[in-house]
Write a protein that binds this ligand. Structure first.
Ligand code: GTP
Ligand code: SPV
Ligand code: MN
Length: 588
């Protein structure tokens, strides 16, 4: 850690940091250098204060459990705001805040917020160094937990300091009281009210997407606004490299809502018979992709440098590569803990002994989850055993297919393909999904989550749809768009589709469709596979029918619901309305 006068930050950045210091009145200011020594020192302090529990060093070296406040366990969409001069800029799916209100929050909660505390300054880069994809930011925080998470999920510290340009994204986070009713996560993508010099303000929370401002706040909400004005896309998407048996590499992105399978698909291992045939998979991103138009193609990169990923359900059968990733240099948030100092969660082999639940209570498993359903692990990308060679490529990788999808117990087939780009945009824009534990609120309820960006688009979603249409118009080589649903259920509630590595069978069909015109059946909603490799899967004929059945009455009901959703948003671009009308006609 460095004192302010020891850094290589530019004058602008230094002046900004001084002004925040003056307003928040910390005991001292430290600029993070990103070194292992710095990590060890802060982690040591957290172990001594009881904020971190050090795990069993033999099995989990340099790894810790952090228990967040019991009222602060997921992103808070209700408390997330976009502040703008005009509510029309923000749209009906975001929470609008006036610039005056943002200034009030700033004055009420940030003045002297760091009194008696250390103010940490974290200079970070989003994207590979020296790439035209890359954007820079500085997060100021009083939270050691935030500092250590950013060590893993961003490129940060000394190597970044002298690269911070005059204009960078300014984030200020204060842990505050954690009072749930006074949580604010505020974005200021456009004008700032007088006296507030920041793009992101976050207070009275210390959880994930609320407090790690590089992630959803910068890499999605602020970046999406920038992306629109500069003609690119900042998306809540995984990025996967698939190598076929001939050695050709294919890049696939996928937008699935929070806790709906991005990390798992990005870490997929082909089933044995595919691996034996020569198929390989490598990871580029598990959560966010930035995509720019290059020579008429869509090129993608991962702005992040690590994982902040869902833990429950992860095991050697479902996601072996995640298990290999999280066994060192990892921060666990809200998992359980065994008496021998190992993390535990639902999905691991049962333990009959008592263990500590996510609240720290020692008890036997009794049906109440031991790990919080939204418990997470934070690890650096470098821990991952099968990274793409292109992970740091300043040009990114060309995308051939875009997947949309979410949890849907019925109606949506296992996979279907859009007729064309605009139809694909319609599919993404109208994604209806069941809510998960990744954000506060009722789990399971159906809601529209366009492109998995409902909580993350920094501006009016109708303008965002228009932007997607326009990006398509600029692309000479358009990726094909598909919709997938791993989550269709039987009447008894069980999943029909085995999921996880078996999803590779769907990927194989998708890749086949990139090159060929056959092996597809046209339906009113798009193309479904004529044949898909289901060998060795234990699916009944009824299951199979269910996976690909197009229930026309159900789809007409879906269209009525989409109609209401579109009128709620308002201002839907004409091209999208045309897709909607055509889909309704095909279904009638
Ligand atoms: P965020 O990090 O919140 O954005 O989530 P994500 O989209 O990366 O979801 P993730 O891959 O972490 O999966 C969330 C949950 O869904 C985990 O409990 C997984 O075990 C489960 N899951 C993922 N893929 C599948 C699948 O193919 N089938 C089934 N049944 N469950 C899955
Ligand atoms: C998500 O909710 O999509 C996440 C977790 O990736 S958080 O960083 O908390 O937003
Ligand atoms: Mn996510």
């Amino acid at each position: 850690m460095l004192a302010l006068n020891e850094t290589e930050l530019n004058k602008n950045a230094l002046r900004w940091i001084e002004s925040i210091k003056k307003f928040t009145d910390p005991e001292n200011v430290l600029v993070c250098d990103g070194s292992r020594e710095e990590f060890a020192q802060i982690a040591g302090e957290m172990v001594r204060s009881g904020e971190f529990i050090e795990l069993n060093k033999d099995h989990y070296p340099n790894s810790f459990i952090y228990r967040s406040d019991r009222t602060d366990v997921a992103r808070s969409e209700e408390r997330t705001f976009i502040a703008a001069p005009d509510s029309k800029m923000v749209g009906n799916l975001n929470n609008y805040m006036s610039l005056e209100q943002a200034r009030d929050v700033w004055n009420r909660f940030f003045r002297n917020a760091y009194r008696g505390k250390t103010m940490y300054v974290i200079p970070y880069a989003l994207g590979p160094l020296d790439s035209r994809f890359t954007d820079y930011g500085v997060e100021i925080t009083d939270s050691k937990y935030v500092v250590l998470n950013l060590h893993y999920i961003t490129r940060m510290g000394k190597q970044i300091m002298q690269k911070i340009p005059d204009r960078f994204v300014k984030g200020v986070h204060a842990t505050g009281t954690l009072d749930p009713n006074s949580k604010y996560i505020i974005h200021l993508p456009w004008d700032k009210p007088e006296g507030v010099d920041a793009d992101i303000l976050s207070v009275n929370t210390n959880y994930g997407g609320n407090a790690l401002l590089s992630k959803k706040c910068h890499a999605l909400r602020i970046a999406s606004v920038k992306a629109r004005s500069e003609g690119w896309l900042a998306e809540h998407m995984l990025l996967l490299e698939v190598e076929d048996p001939r050695g050709r590499k294919i890049y696939i992105t996928g937008a699935f809502p929070s806790a709906s399978g991005k990390t798992n698909l990005s870490m997929i291992n082909p089933p044995k018979h595919y691996a034996d045939a020569g198929w390989k998979t490598r990871l580029l991103s598990d959560d966010i992709s930035w995509m720019k138009i290059e020579n008429g193609k869509l090129h993608a990169t991962n702005p992040e440098n690590g994982f902040f990923a869902v833990v429950p359900g992860t095991n050697h059968r479902t996601n072996r590569n995640a298990m290999l990733t999280l066994t060192k240099d990892t921060i666990f948030t809200n998992t359980g803990l065994t008496k021998t100092g190992e993390p535990w969660w639902e999905g691991l082999d049962p333990v009959d002994d008592q263990l500590y639940d996510w609240k720290g209570i020692l008890r036997k498993p009794n049906g109440e989850p031991i790990a919080h359903p939204n418990s997470r692990f934070t690890s650096p990308l470098a821990n991952y055993p099968f990274l793409s060679e292109k992970i740091n490529d300043p040009d990114g990788v060309p995308v051939s297919a875009i997947l949309f999808g979410g949890r849907r117990a019925s109606l949506i087939p296992l996979v279907y393909e859009a007729f064309n780009w605009n139809h694909g945009v319609f599919m993404g824009a109208t994604m209806g999904v069941e809510k998960t534990a990744a954000s506060e609120g009722k789990v399971g309820e159906l809601r529209r989550d366009p492109m998995a960006m409902r909580p993350f688009c920094g501006y009016n979603i109708a303008d965002y749809f228009k932007h997607w249409i326009e990006v398509g118009q600029k692309l000479r080589y358009k990726p094909k768009i598909f919709y997938v649903n791993w989550f269709r259920r039987r009447a008894d509630g069980s999943f029909i589709w085995p999921g996880f590595s078996e999803n590779f069978r769907v990927i194989e069909w998708i890749i086949y469709r990139l090159d060929h015109n056959d092996n597809a059946v046209e339906t009113p909603i798009g193309y479904i596979p004529e044949k898909i490799n289901l060998e060795g899967l234990n699916l009944s004929t009824h299951d199979l029918e269910e996976l690909f059945r197009i229930d026309r009455e159900g789809w007409r009901e879906e269209m009525r619901n989409i109609g209401e959703y579109f009128s709620h948003i308002g201002g839907i671009p004409e091209d999208l309305m045309r897709e909607f009308e055509m889909e309704k006609r095909r279904l009638s």
